[in-house]
Design a protein around this ligand. Structure first.
Ligand SMILES: Nc1nc2c(ncn2[C@@H]2O[C@H](COP(=O)(O)OP(=O)(O)OP(=O)(O)O)[C@@H](O)[C@H]2O)c(=O)[nH]1
Ligand SMILES: [Mg+2]
Length: 469
């Protein structure tokens, strides 16, 4: 799959800056740079050692384009595993384009998105899950996501998968030996050993599958739905949390009719706050669709902020809360009862109305926060509470957390495969069928690390990269 072309691209962000880096990778990298670069001591790049840097000028015929630094990396000790040249030039858009054009005239082709990393993968410099982590690392926008991507790029996940694959390969070779010599007197693969191994794989796979929820939340923001009756102040809270006038706020009930959401980084953790249409009985078709969506968003959220107006009757609040809890299937979902507009009551009224005794009388999984969204009271405490519930640090500190849908799907298939093998072992299934099921598991393990890939899988992964990486 490796091709012979030499690729080039601007690897720094589009636009002008202090410095830009233009890369060349492939067999002709060194001859191309030599054809346009003149070092200060007139040295040829082809005569220089790997991992050295040289000052000089890049010329288009006699016309000096820029004074640059050329870094040399030689196959196989480079990012791509090929000869790789990095030219650091002044970051003018004009200079970048001129150098790029010059390289192309001299025989390089423009790199596809992610092509440098794809070559690194094809040359065995990193496996597929590590390559994917490179993209995650570049796009990471929070400390938690950065940590997960860094761990995956350094191979934490790949090593675990590879070990499992090795063990299974050994076992399957024993089982297949039985097939070849079924007439003769050969030692049969130890079924107990197989069971133990499967159990240990399954344990790890289940842990990884479970980690996906958390991993996904870290990557895309922990979903937090703000729900409640109309006019209680949901959109006001969204705006306060996002620090931006994202949603329309008005004293007309039913202002928000559709879902409004955005992600924000609070103390290194991404949260995705979701404002919804207020819950009420309505005959308005559009509003009912909005309410339908609200209920979906409650289902999808990790944490639900159920907002009420501090002036509402306590019994009504309790009833609404019960109605909400009954709608939620997931018993582990965290619900925070947000009593908003506390500025409308005196503090002694508040203490009396929402006493500790009353709070304790609510269902156990409900915690209560008193806030005023429009006066920005109690918001910091609320954020602290959210950080604590999200508990991202403990998740991010786990060895391996799945953040990638492709890995998740493969792991689910592996789990199914393991269950089939277990059933097969229980029912005394013959070796050839067992071997087929184990081959399936091996296939999906190999898909994660890229030992087994198709052009389609590779295409999907690398098209999401930036050009120049
Ligand atoms: N006094 C007071 N008024 C508030 C507070 N929060 C919001 N409001 C007001 O309550 C009204 C409704 O606010 P919204 O944020 O639009 O309420 P909502 O829950 O999004 O309403 P819908 O979108 O219609 O469901 C507005 O007039 C806000 O200014 C608060 O903490 N104190
Ligand atoms: Mg609203």
């Amino acid at each position: 799959m490796i091709d012979d072309t030499t690729i080039t691209a601007i690897s720094t962000p589009a636009g002008s800056g202090a410095i830009s880096i233009i890369r060349l990778s492939g067999k002709k990298s060194i001859s191309i740079i030599d054809s346009v670069f003149t070092g200060i001591k007139n040295v040829k790049i082809s005569k220089q050692k790997a991992n050295t840097i040289h000052l000089g000028v890049i010329k288009d015929k006699e016309n000096i384009i820029d004074e640059v630094l050329v870094s040399i990396f030689k196959n196989p000790n480079s990012y791509t595993g090929e000869d790789l040249i990095e030219v650091s030039c002044h970051g003018s858009i004009y200079i970048q384009q001129e150098i790029l054009k010059l390289f192309i005239t001299k025989g390089a082709v423009l790199a596809q998105p992610g092509e440098f990393t794809m070559r690194a993968f094809l040359n065995g410099k990193l496996d597929l899950s590590q390559a994917e982590a490179v993209a995650d690392l570049i796009s990471s926008s929070s400390a938690a996501m950065h940590k997960l991507a860094m761990n995956q790029m350094r191979g934490g996940f790949s090593t675990e998968i590879k070990n499992l694959r090795q063990k299974l390969l050994k076992l399957i070779s024993l089982i297949e030996l039985e097939l070849d010599f079924s007439e003769e007197d050969v030692e049969f693969a130890d079924r107990n050993e197989l069971k133990n191994l499967l159990a240990s794989i399954q344990k790890m796979v289940s842990r990884l599958v479970k980690s996906f929820d958390a991993g996904n939340a870290i990557k895309n923001g922990i979903p937090i739905t703000i729900a409640g009756k109309t006019n209680v102040g949901k959109s006001t809270l969204l705006n306060v949390l996002l620090n931006e006038e994202k949603a329309i706020v008005s004293d007309i009930a039913g202002t928000t009719r559709d879902i409004i959401e955005d992600t924000i980084n609070l103390n290194g953790v991404s949260f995705r706050f979701i404002d919804t249409a207020g819950l009420r009985d309505t005959t308005d078709t559009i509003e009912s669709i909005g309410i339908e969506r609200t209920i979906q968003k409650i289902e999808q959220a990790n944490i639900v902020l159920f907002m009420v107006d501090a002036e509402e009757e306590k019994e009504e609040i309790r009833n609404d809360l019960n109605r909400l809890s009954n709608k939620i299937i997931d018993r582990d979902k965290k619900i925070i009862l947000l009593i908003n507009k506390i500025d409308k009551l005196q503090s002694y009224e508040l203490n009396y109305k929402f006493s500790d005794v009353w709070k304790k009388s609510l269902p156990q999984n409900i915690s209560v926060s008193l806030i005023s969204a429009s006066k920005n009271t109690g918001i910091d405490i609320l954020i602290q509470k959210l950080l604590k519930i999200a508990n991202i640090n403990s998740i991010a500190n786990q060895d391996v957390v799945i953040t990638n849908m492709r890995h998740y799907e493969a792991l689910v298939k592996i789990n199914e495969g393991i269950n089939r093998v277990f059933e097969g072992l229980e029912s005394g299934l013959s070796s050839d069928f067992l071997a087929m099921d184990i081959r399936d598991i091996l296939h999906y393990l190999g898909e994660i690390t890229g030992e087994i890939t198709t052009d389609e899988i590779l295409g999907n992964i690398f098209e999401n990269f930036c050009i120049g990486k």
